[in-house]
Design a protein. Structure first.
Lengths: 116, 111
Protein backbone atom coordinates (compact mmCIF):
# COMPACT_ATOMS: atom_id res chain seq x y z
CA UNK A 1 0.00 0.00 0.00
CA UNK A 2 1.10 3.58 -0.57
CA UNK A 3 2.57 5.19 2.49
CA UNK A 4 2.08 8.57 4.11
CA UNK A 5 3.24 11.22 1.66
CA UNK A 6 4.82 14.48 2.77
CA UNK A 7 6.19 17.46 0.88
CA UNK A 8 8.45 19.25 0.54
CA UNK A 9 11.27 16.99 1.67
CA UNK A 10 13.46 19.94 2.65
CA UNK A 11 12.80 23.62 3.22
CA UNK A 12 15.17 26.45 4.08
CA UNK A 13 13.75 29.83 5.08
CA UNK A 14 14.82 32.91 6.96
CA UNK A 15 13.39 33.77 10.33
CA UNK A 16 10.11 35.66 10.28
CA UNK A 17 9.15 34.07 6.94
CA UNK A 18 6.19 31.76 6.54
CA UNK A 19 6.25 28.10 5.57
CA UNK A 20 3.73 25.35 4.93
CA UNK A 21 4.02 21.58 4.94
CA UNK A 22 1.66 19.14 3.28
CA UNK A 23 0.67 15.61 4.24
CA UNK A 24 -1.41 13.01 2.43
CA UNK A 25 -2.21 10.09 4.77
CA UNK A 26 -2.80 6.50 3.78
CA UNK A 27 -6.17 6.13 2.08
CA UNK A 28 -8.91 5.40 4.57
CA UNK A 29 -6.96 6.52 7.62
CA UNK A 30 -9.22 8.71 9.70
CA UNK A 31 -6.68 9.84 12.24
CA UNK A 32 -3.76 12.11 11.36
CA UNK A 33 -0.98 13.44 13.54
CA UNK A 34 1.74 16.07 13.16
CA UNK A 35 4.91 15.63 15.16
CA UNK A 36 7.90 17.93 15.56
CA UNK A 37 11.34 16.35 15.95
CA UNK A 38 14.13 18.67 16.97
CA UNK A 39 17.65 17.38 16.39
CA UNK A 40 18.72 15.06 19.19
CA UNK A 41 15.22 14.65 20.58
CA UNK A 42 12.36 12.27 20.08
CA UNK A 43 9.25 13.29 18.14
CA UNK A 44 6.82 15.55 20.00
CA UNK A 45 3.13 15.54 19.15
CA UNK A 46 1.82 18.89 17.92
CA UNK A 47 -1.73 18.13 16.81
CA UNK A 48 -4.13 15.24 16.22
CA UNK A 49 -7.03 15.19 13.74
CA UNK A 50 -9.92 12.74 13.61
CA UNK A 51 -11.34 13.11 10.10
CA UNK A 52 -11.53 16.89 9.68
CA UNK A 53 -11.83 17.75 13.36
CA UNK A 54 -9.07 18.61 15.83
CA UNK A 55 -8.91 16.12 18.70
CA UNK A 56 -5.87 17.51 20.52
CA UNK A 57 -3.81 20.60 19.82
CA UNK A 58 -2.65 21.23 23.38
CA UNK A 59 1.03 21.22 22.39
CA UNK A 60 0.67 23.34 19.28
CA UNK A 61 2.18 26.86 19.66
CA UNK A 62 -0.94 28.55 18.39
CA UNK A 63 0.58 32.01 18.22
CA UNK A 64 2.59 30.93 15.17
CA UNK A 65 1.53 27.41 14.19
CA UNK A 66 -1.72 26.43 12.51
CA UNK A 67 -2.97 23.25 10.90
CA UNK A 68 -6.01 22.18 8.97
CA UNK A 69 -7.54 19.09 7.43
CA UNK A 70 -10.52 20.58 5.66
CA UNK A 71 -11.86 17.55 3.80
CA UNK A 72 -10.68 14.95 6.26
CA UNK A 73 -7.92 13.71 3.98
CA UNK A 74 -4.89 15.92 3.23
CA UNK A 75 -3.51 18.19 5.91
CA UNK A 76 -1.31 21.27 5.96
CA UNK A 77 0.78 22.61 8.81
CA UNK A 78 1.81 26.26 8.67
CA UNK A 79 4.29 28.34 10.62
CA UNK A 80 3.95 32.10 10.50
CA UNK A 81 6.32 33.72 11.34
CA UNK A 82 9.10 31.17 11.75
CA UNK A 83 11.69 31.36 14.50
CA UNK A 84 15.16 29.83 14.66
CA UNK A 85 13.95 27.28 17.23
CA UNK A 86 11.41 25.93 14.73
CA UNK A 87 14.23 24.20 12.85
CA UNK A 88 13.25 20.54 13.02
CA UNK A 89 11.86 17.61 11.09
CA UNK A 90 8.07 17.73 10.86
CA UNK A 91 6.58 14.26 10.73
CA UNK A 92 3.08 13.35 9.66
CA UNK A 93 1.55 10.05 10.74
CA UNK A 94 -1.78 8.36 10.23
CA UNK A 95 -3.78 5.43 11.55
CA UNK A 96 -7.14 3.82 10.87
CA UNK A 97 -8.96 4.32 14.14
CA UNK A 98 -8.47 5.83 17.52
CA UNK A 99 -8.26 3.08 20.09
CA UNK A 100 -8.05 -0.26 18.31
CA UNK A 101 -5.92 -2.77 20.18
CA UNK A 102 -4.01 -3.75 17.06
CA UNK A 103 -3.77 -0.21 15.80
CA UNK A 104 -0.60 0.76 14.04
CA UNK A 105 0.83 4.18 13.33
CA UNK A 106 2.36 4.89 9.93
CA UNK A 107 4.86 7.73 9.57
CA UNK A 108 5.81 9.79 6.55
CA UNK A 109 9.38 10.61 5.60
CA UNK A 110 9.13 14.06 7.14
CA UNK A 111 9.92 17.61 6.06
CA UNK A 112 13.24 18.94 7.29
CA UNK A 113 12.95 22.66 8.04
CA UNK A 114 15.96 24.90 8.51
CA UNK A 115 15.32 28.44 9.72
CA UNK A 116 18.28 30.77 9.19
CA UNK B 1 3.06 14.61 33.36
CA UNK B 2 4.29 11.56 31.54
CA UNK B 3 7.92 11.18 30.60
CA UNK B 4 10.11 8.65 28.82
CA UNK B 5 13.84 8.49 29.46
CA UNK B 6 16.40 6.67 27.37
CA UNK B 7 19.66 7.16 29.27
CA UNK B 8 22.00 6.11 26.46
CA UNK B 9 22.25 8.27 23.35
CA UNK B 10 24.77 5.89 21.79
CA UNK B 11 25.27 2.16 22.20
CA UNK B 12 27.89 0.11 20.40
CA UNK B 13 28.21 -3.67 20.43
CA UNK B 14 29.85 -6.32 18.29
CA UNK B 15 27.93 -8.74 16.13
CA UNK B 16 26.73 -11.70 18.13
CA UNK B 17 26.89 -9.90 21.46
CA UNK B 18 23.79 -9.35 23.60
CA UNK B 19 22.26 -5.91 23.50
CA UNK B 20 19.96 -4.07 25.87
CA UNK B 21 18.50 -0.64 25.18
CA UNK B 22 17.18 0.96 28.35
CA UNK B 23 13.90 2.77 28.70
CA UNK B 24 12.36 4.18 31.88
CA UNK B 25 9.07 5.97 32.14
CA UNK B 26 7.07 8.01 34.58
CA UNK B 27 3.29 7.84 34.43
CA UNK B 28 0.74 7.55 37.18
CA UNK B 29 -1.80 5.41 35.33
CA UNK B 30 -1.62 2.25 33.25
CA UNK B 31 0.66 2.97 30.32
CA UNK B 32 1.13 1.19 27.06
CA UNK B 33 4.74 1.05 25.92
CA UNK B 34 6.20 0.74 22.46
CA UNK B 35 9.55 0.55 20.74
CA UNK B 36 9.88 2.34 17.41
CA UNK B 37 12.88 1.98 15.09
CA UNK B 38 14.30 4.10 12.30
CA UNK B 39 16.79 2.43 9.99
CA UNK B 40 19.09 4.56 7.84
CA UNK B 41 17.11 6.41 5.16
CA UNK B 42 13.87 4.78 6.22
CA UNK B 43 10.77 5.97 8.02
CA UNK B 44 10.07 5.63 11.67
CA UNK B 45 8.21 2.35 12.21
CA UNK B 46 6.80 0.27 15.01
CA UNK B 47 9.07 -2.51 16.25
CA UNK B 48 7.00 -3.95 19.07
CA UNK B 49 4.43 -3.14 21.73
CA UNK B 50 4.25 -4.53 25.24
CA UNK B 51 0.64 -5.70 25.05
CA UNK B 52 1.49 -8.06 22.21
CA UNK B 53 4.21 -9.86 24.18
CA UNK B 54 5.86 -10.72 20.90
CA UNK B 55 9.39 -11.14 19.63
CA UNK B 56 10.16 -9.13 16.52
CA UNK B 57 13.46 -9.62 14.67
CA UNK B 58 14.72 -11.37 17.79
CA UNK B 59 13.95 -8.39 20.03
CA UNK B 60 11.84 -8.65 23.17
CA UNK B 61 10.79 -6.13 25.78
CA UNK B 62 9.09 -6.70 29.12
CA UNK B 63 7.16 -4.06 30.97
CA UNK B 64 8.34 -3.87 34.58
CA UNK B 65 5.83 -1.72 36.41
CA UNK B 66 7.76 -1.93 39.67
CA UNK B 67 10.86 -0.44 38.12
CA UNK B 68 8.87 1.57 35.55
CA UNK B 69 11.05 0.20 32.79
CA UNK B 70 10.60 -1.27 29.33
CA UNK B 71 14.07 -2.31 28.23
CA UNK B 72 14.59 -3.73 24.73
CA UNK B 73 16.75 -6.84 24.52
CA UNK B 74 18.25 -9.11 21.93
CA UNK B 75 20.54 -12.01 22.78
CA UNK B 76 22.64 -11.89 19.62
CA UNK B 77 22.92 -8.57 17.81
CA UNK B 78 23.20 -8.43 14.02
CA UNK B 79 24.71 -5.70 11.84
CA UNK B 80 21.29 -4.99 10.35
CA UNK B 81 20.05 -4.02 13.81
CA UNK B 82 22.05 -0.79 13.57
CA UNK B 83 19.46 1.98 13.77
CA UNK B 84 17.90 4.65 15.95
CA UNK B 85 15.54 3.21 18.56
CA UNK B 86 12.83 5.17 20.35
CA UNK B 87 10.84 4.09 23.35
CA UNK B 88 7.34 5.58 23.45
CA UNK B 89 4.46 5.71 25.90
CA UNK B 90 0.74 6.00 25.36
CA UNK B 91 -1.50 6.91 28.25
CA UNK B 92 -4.49 4.64 28.79
CA UNK B 93 -7.62 5.35 26.78
CA UNK B 94 -6.00 7.67 24.29
CA UNK B 95 -5.32 7.23 20.61
CA UNK B 96 -2.48 5.02 19.47
CA UNK B 97 -0.80 7.93 17.78
CA UNK B 98 -0.78 10.12 20.88
CA UNK B 99 2.67 9.11 22.00
CA UNK B 100 5.36 10.50 24.26
CA UNK B 101 8.77 9.56 22.89
CA UNK B 102 12.13 9.23 24.55
CA UNK B 103 15.18 10.92 23.11
CA UNK B 104 16.29 7.83 21.27
CA UNK B 105 19.32 5.54 21.31
CA UNK B 106 21.57 5.04 18.31
CA UNK B 107 22.59 1.40 18.18
CA UNK B 108 25.67 0.48 16.18
CA UNK B 109 26.51 -3.18 15.68
CA UNK B 110 30.08 -3.70 14.53
CA UNK B 111 31.12 -6.69 12.40
Amino acid sequence: EAGVAQSPRYKIIEKRQSVAFWCNPISGHATLYWYQQILGQGPKLLIQFQNNGVVDDSQLPKDRFSAERLKGVDSTLKIQPAKLEDSAVYLCASSTNRTGRNEKLFFGSGTQLSVL
Amino acid sequence: AQRVTQPEKLLSVFKGAPVELKCNYSYSGSPELFWYVQYSRQRLQLLLRHISRESIKGFTADLNKGETSFHLKKPFAQEEDSAMYYCALKSGGTSYGKLTFGQGTILTVHP
